[in-house]
Design a protein around this ligand. Structure first.
Ligand SMILES: Nc1nc2c(c(=O)[nH]1)N[C@H]1C(S)=C(S)[C@@H](COP(=O)(O)OP(=O)(O)OC[C@H]3O[C@@H](n4cnc5c(=O)[nH]c(N)nc54)[C@H](O)[C@@H]3O)O[C@H]1N2
Ligand SMILES: Nc1nc2c(c(=O)[nH]1)N[C@H]1C(S)=C(S)[C@@H](COP(=O)(O)OP(=O)(O)OC[C@H]3O[C@@H](n4cnc5c(=O)[nH]c(N)nc54)[C@H](O)[C@@H]3O)O[C@H]1N2
Ligand code: SF4
Ligand SMILES: [Mo]
Length: 746
């Protein structure tokens, strides 16, 4: 990775000791707390310990499961699922349980840190909060004076990032961005919004618990660990084992889910669009039993654009798709027939991580269209349609309109917000205008953004980089100011209004006081806002008042949420079978099989297939990546309990491919992409038949380089550092990350 000169990466040795004491924290006896409590000690099963139980909500990923935190002698002992929570129904995933380890992680950021120059070297000094907040306000204010409000940008994910987004927008900048959009599910959500007038959001409104046929395409449930989905999936698999349902898994790798499947279709990577189009072709053009396979009544009642769609997919036969995808026509037809036979109680899962190959909105459109042809939207076993609860936002004054617009506003009118990648590009190129200050909160931009080398170069162009984080992840080493957020277990955040089968409100609340000198992000944003003269936008005293005010607008009280951690809301019917009337907020008021919006903006209104022009050279492989069940993105690798169990720091390679290259199971190797970017550490080979010979797989979030992360440092590879070839979606700017080829250095 290219190192820079001006913004020197500050290593552990460069950190001054001031303010680094371990105030109020005794970590010596932590291990028994993490490892010791077996289920026989679980207070829920009768252990008579002296515990307080605090209902809160997990923020290790953004599913936001309800948690019961068990506290004893002022310390957190255990985290269990809140049985009243409609999402987790009382069971957390392993990452959620490991929140104890995050709270008591000794490597946490402990005090505000300021970059200082000392002759030719730079270092961090621990500074007091007042000085840190003054510095933040002054440096952000200076960039606004010199370059206008658009010169400040923010990249955030989850809570409390929202308050920093608010800070930057209150200051007049439209440059706020989330990795959860254009690096994750944005393309899928735009596609569903174009098709049904409603995005899928999170949690997804899928009902595979009741599906008769479930198709997972690049969606590796069981490794991808959102609790609700795994629970529903387990119940689906039970039915499948009893012969009542069928699972189809499309994945170049024999995933956990593939192991439960009726059919595993090991597709050639990034050719899923061809498979979807072939399924659509069969469903609208073939009549093996003498009648149409699509849901004629449903399409006539709810959809428009069918003729244009039918015309469009004439060439996309299973025979056409076979050489592209590697999946035989008989297999393609068998799945299409099974779907049609059980429609509308079927689901071709829309997936979540959809930033693949530059045709992501169109591929997700093909998925949305296929589901519409089967009538899945609104039916049990397909998608439920729960109206969103209306809890107004905080009534702060409107944001000033930016004259210049966001840094990519002209480019992707259907996206609504700029992509993090375009913020980085703008910082690098100063086009259309300079961005000179960046705030990062709750996102790890060196792990989530492809072309790490660009990101690091861009950081060097900034006058001010402020990172709000809990851990000394590598990006903090490039910051001018590092602000230590407390963990979700030490603070309250903004309420979450969840739109699910049962709508509800939840909130996280402190289980312990903030450790060390850490403080809640909402407090930092408010303090900085006041120092920047934005008091009108921060006219609340604290987070409780903020939440109270929001809830009062809907006649609700915060204590009703904090008491049980969950406040159920009226939901109404969610399936056609229950009397749900379907309406669609598309321009035509119908499901748009042919999208008028896409046509308006000069895109194909119906999906077309464009093959990725490159294929791997001999000795190179498609780079596939995914989740480890024990890890949340790049954020739990330093939790000892997760690291002790996880085998995510391995790469999968096919037996034949390994033999060809001379790679041996269990041995360690460097990985390198076709641009010569190499992993900094060796990674262990897992030689297996469970992956296509043209593909290498490993899990995302590894390859931490900062020595201050004593557990994570030096383990595994970073997929991000190997992704140099970004395939940008022309419709909404997703940064497609599945277009790179890699090899093993033997
Ligand atoms: N444990 C855990 N669970 C999580 C998260 C986490 O960090 N940890 N994060 C959550 C979030 S935000 C998201 S977005 C989701 C992401 O989870 P998913 O939406 O499931 O996405 P990925 O993790 O990218 O999926 C990887 C799967 O796709 C396969 N794959 C790779 N290339 C292709 C291809 O071209 N075609 C097909 N058909 N398959 C391919 C891989 O082999 C792998 O099995 O997970 C969520 N759940
Ligand atoms: N190469 C590659 N890139 C990807 C993906 C991939 O699979 N491969 N997945 C994509 C997807 S689906 C997503 S959703 C994004 C996720 O991208 P990010 O949201 O950037 O995810 P993380 O890597 O977990 O980074 C979270 C950061 O927040 C910090 N943090 C944790 N808790 C707190 C807190 O309470 N407060 C504050 N202030 N900080 C906290 C962590 O220490 C970490 O530095 O990445 C995307 N990028
Ligand atoms: S799925 Fe796991 S990590 Fe995510 S919120 Fe739920 S318990 Fe926490
Ligand atoms: Mo994501």
């Amino acid at each position: 990775m290219k190192r820079i000169t001006r913004r020197e990466f500050i290593k552990i040795g460069g950190m001054a000791a001031a303010g680094m004491s371990l105030t109020g924290c005794d970590l010596a006896d932590m291990s028994w707390r993490v490892f010791g409590g077996g289920s026989e000690l679980d207070p829920r099963f009768g252990f008579g310990g002296d515990f307080e139980v605090i209902p809160t909500s997990c923020q290790i990923c953004y599913w936001g499961c309800g948690v019961h935190a068990y506290r004893t002698e002022g310390r957190l002992w255990k985290l269990l699922g809140n049985p009243d929570d409609p999402l987790c129904a009382g069971r957390l995933c392993p990452r959620g349980t490991a929140g104890v380890g995050m709270l008591y992680d000794e490597d946490r950021l402990k005090t505000p840190l300021l970059r200082t120059e000392n002759g030719s070297s730079q270092r961090f000094d621990g500074i007091a909060w007042d000085a840190a907040l003054d510095t933040a306000a002054e440096r952000l204010g200076k960039v606004i004076d010199d370059y206008g409000p658009e010169g400040v940008a923010v990249i955030t994910h989850g809570k409390p990032g929202h308050f920093f987004e608010h800070l930057v927008r209150a200051a007049g900048s439209p440059n706020y961005s989330f990795p959860s959009f254009s690096l994750c599910r944005g393309a899928r959500d735009v596609a569903y919004w174009l098709t049904y007038g409603k995005d899928l959001g999170s949690p997804e409104p899928t009902d595979y618990e009741n599906a008769k046929v479930l198709v997972l395409m690049g969606y590796h449930l069981g490794e991808n660990m959102h609790t609700t989905q795994v629970r529903e999936f387990a119940s689906f698999v039970r039915r499948a084992n009893e012969g009542d349902a069928k699972l189809v898994v499309v994945d170049p790798r024999f995933s956990i889910a593939a192991g439960k499947a009726w059919k595993w279709l090991p597709i050639r990577p990034v050719t899923d669009m061809a498979l979807l189009l072939a399924w659509i072709h069969v469903i609208v053009h073939e009549q093996p039993e003498g009648k149409p396979l699509y849901n004629v009544e449903y399409i006539e009642k709810y959809a428009e654009g069918f003729d244009e769609l039918r015309e469009n997919v004439v060439p996309y036969t299973p025979e056409w798709a076979w050489p592209i995808t590697g999946i035989e026509p008989g297999e393609i037809r068998a799945v299409a027939l099974e779907l049609a036979r059980h429609a509308p109680h079927v689901l071709v899962h829309p997936g979540r991580f959809s930033a693949w190959d530059g045709q992501d909105t169109q591929r997700s459109r093909a998925n949305a269209i296929l589901n519409a042809l089967l009538g899945a939207w609104g039916h049990t076993g397909g998608f439920f349609v729960a109206d969103k609860p209306s809890i107004p936002g905080y009534p702060h004054p409107p944001y000033a309109k930016s004259e210049r617009g966001s840094c990519d506003s002209g480019e992707y009118p259907l996206a609504g917000i700029p992509s993090p990648r375009n913020i980085v590009k703008t910082i690098m190129t100063r086009k259309p205008y300079p961005i000179k200050a960046l705030v990062v909160c709750g996102s790890n931009i060196l792990s989530c953004l492809p072309r790490t080398q660009d990101t690091i170069m861009a950081l060097d162009n900034l006058d001010f980089l402020m990172v709000v984080d809990t851990m000394p992840v590598e990006q903090t080493g490039y910051a001018d100011l590092v602000l230590p957020d407390c963990t979700y277990l030490e603070r309250m955040d903004e309420i979450s209004v969840k739109n699910f089968k049962q709508n509800f409100i939840t909130v996280n609340q402190p289980v312990t006081d903030p450790m060390y000198e850490s403080r809640p992000g909402w407090w930092m944003a408010r303090e900085i806002g006041h120092r920047m003269g934005l008091e009108e936008h921060f006219d609340w005293e604290n987070i409780e008042e903020y939440n109270e005010t929001r809830l009062a607008q809907a006649g609700l009280f915060l204590k009703d949420v904090t008491e049980k951690g969950i406040l159920p809301l009226a939901t109404g019917p969610i399936f056609i079978e229950e009397g749900k009337e379907l309406t669609f907020k598309t321009p035509s008021g119908k499901i748009e099989l042919s999208s008028s919006q896409l046509a308006k903006f000069g895109h194909y209104p119906v999906p077309q297939f464009t093959e990725m022009p490159e294929r791997p050279q001999p000795g190179y492989f498609y780079l596939a990546f995914g989740r480890s069940p024990l890890m949340s993105f790049s954020r739990s690798q330093n939790v000892e309990m997760c690291a002790a169990v996880d085998k995510g720091d391995q790469f999968w390679i096919n037996v034949d491919a390994a033999r060809m290259l001379g790679v041996h199971d269990g041995h360690e190797y460097y990985l390198e992409n076709s641009d010569g970017d190499r992993t900094p550490y060796k990674v262990t080979a897992k030689v297996t038949w469970g992956i296509r010979p043209d593909t290498i797989y490993f899990t995302h979030g590894y390859g931490h380089r900062d020595k201050r992360l004593s557990v994570a440092f030096g383990r595994g590879a970073s997929d991000t550092e190997l992704i140099s070839d970004i395939k940008t979606d022309p419709i909404m700017g997703a940064s497609g990350m599945r277009g790179n080829f890699i090899t093993v250095i033997v």
